[in-house]
Design a protein around this ligand. Sequence first.
Ligand SMILES: Nc1ncnc2c1ncn2[C@@H]1O[C@H](COP(=O)(O)OP(=O)(O)OP(=O)(O)O)[C@@H](O)[C@H]1O
Length: 716
Amino acid sequence: MLKNQHNIDLNHQQKRVVLHKDGPSLVLAVPGSGKTTTLICRTANLILNHKINPSNILSVTFSRASAQDMKRRFYEVFGKYINQNVYFSTIHRLSLRIVQRYAKINNIKYSIIEGDNPSIHKNTLLKRIYQEINHDFLNEEKLEELLSAISFVKNSMIKKDDFSNYDFSIDRFNEIYTKYENYKKKNHLIDFDDMLSLALKILQNNQNLLNQYKKQYPYIQVDEAQDTSKVQHAIIQLLAYPKNNLFMVADDDQSIYGFRGAYPEALLHFSRIYKGANTFFLEQNYRSSKEIVSISNTFIQRNTQRYAKNMYTENEYDAPIHMVKVQNIADQTNYLIEELATSNFYKNTAILYRNNISAITLIDALERNNLPFTIQGFNMSFFNHWIVKDLLAFLDIALNPYDIESFERIYYKMNGYISKAAISYIKEQPRSISVFEYLIHFPDLKDFQRKNLKRLQKDFYSLAHMKPKDALSFIEENLAYKKFLKSNCQRLKYSYENVMFVFIQLKMIAARTNSIIEFMERIDSLKKIIQRIKKEKRNTSILLSTIHSSKGLEFDRVYLIDLVSGQFPPQSNIDDCDEEISDYLEEERRLFYVGMTRAKKALHLVFPTFQDGKYIKPSPFVEEIKDTIKDQYITVKKYDSFSKSKYNYSYKTFSKKQINKFPHPFCEGSFVAHTKFGKGIIKSIDGDIAQIDFESLGIRSLSLQVCIQQKVLNLL
Ligand SMILES: Nc1ncnc2c1ncn2[C@@H]1O[C@H](COP(=O)(O)OP(=O)(O)OP(=O)(O)O)[C@@H](O)[C@H]1O
């Protein structure tokens, strides 16, 4: 019937699923097996053949993108036959509706502290509370951890008394959580997770309201059920009872939100909770070539906590899976640009990565090569990363030695022997002389300190004139910032490799710029480019996305990049005999599997072999795939150096904004020595012209720029 009327040729397994009407059923499916396709066909079957009113069917899924995708696909196929509104929603949206209905009846006004422009933002509130409790600044990485921990607690319905059973890795998490909850309660504020907990509480305590919803939705369908959390399952269970016309579609192998409280174990208990449940399997993959299906299928079998499924396809063989070994991240970028510049398949191409940071140098390179791209699921955390802020502060000071705010950020992160008291003193002073001059003349300094400060002043002066790439290396080595990084990572238990990964992205951007100003402008313009592109809808572009955000999507060609240990999985040196680690590895393996199974025809797995001059191991998942496909498909790509890359030719040179202040270390009051005029003191500086009072000659006006170029003027 469906084939004749709607031109969909469902297979036997799919047909059984689509024709299922009453009672609980669980559909366990593999990627690309038509989960969404069958769900929308079943919806149409209920409406057209069983005359169920569309307003009585509730279809929920995890993400807004999936809900919109379901709705679009439903109306594309069945829009000509069904013109009433069919409700496809996220579970959060449904919960919010429940909360709002309750609030209206009881005259309560809740304000949401997430999403678009809330009057008070969850992150701001948490940063404040963290500061109050730990007397420390909450950086972006820790904030992410705190957000995940709170989300995990709410979604997993963990009671406060049981917090001690979990390792939240946030100092005084219990107190932060309590303060956060109390503040929200007092001010009628809710975050996205509260929508769920509150909706559940409302339904549990208001029989009337619960009955209204039960009556409204006698048919409930859940897509992506592997991502459904405990609290979400509890809401659905309440709404479905006692008819239990519940239709759940899931792929436990694609469960990748454990860190936020996804509870795929519920699928294993489904038939215990819902008596008489049917279980269907969809195992035929319609999306990918035979190689991709067969290798992905072997790959995921290594996981132990899963429903046994066997993915197969009737699709043809296509290209083999490309394992691409490159020297380093620069060569990885070269490889991608080379591949993309010689093809026209932008639309059906995706570059996927584990970690958002991977996108930065790619965005830089794609934009410089005029390749069309779009970005999905990108958070701007790179630009707020402490290491980025530190390095920009170093450069700020080099360009403007009066900038005490930047100096305050970095003075203890280098070899300076500078006291906090000295910094506090300078902050009180007028900006008439440079930070270094103040420091050098700070009372009671020991000789070695003064000598050191003079050296530092010269170092920063030299820094301003270096090529950006050299400047970053100079900060790292000569100013000993690397030493600080190592000890800071040890102290805060950050992975040094991950921190260096951020540094390397900056070095790569730096390598393509010619001056410090140009480099700093490029960082700024990248931020703007990303913000602009995120807003645009580009259908004919290469998609850059985290694997998490790529779920549910499909592309002809997929490049999975940065497949190295410490990036994928993010935790390295792990022992998979430990039970907790084994769970962690299984979730990471599922994520890798989601990435692989987005590809229809071509799949490229790219792994750099050196980072920061040191050998890095490929991801253990690359090794597992290598075992299956053998070495014959490994391509080794080596480029001379990034600057010599063929595709580097098309790099744009930037319109260099006129440097309004020529960078120099001098300021009013500086003691100087001129190779010809001898010692003197700078009386005033106006633009490039300094009035210098020389001991032997009196006042002379000199161009600082000329003095610097001719190397005739130095600080004393
Ligand atoms: N019976 C069928 N005949 C032909 N193509 C099909 C059939 N069923 C599904 N497809 C196609 O297979 C592809 C995958 O379908 P769909 O997106 O519904 O799968 P999915 O199981 O939801 O995928 P995933 O979980 O990996 O995101 C789509 O391009 C869809 O049109």
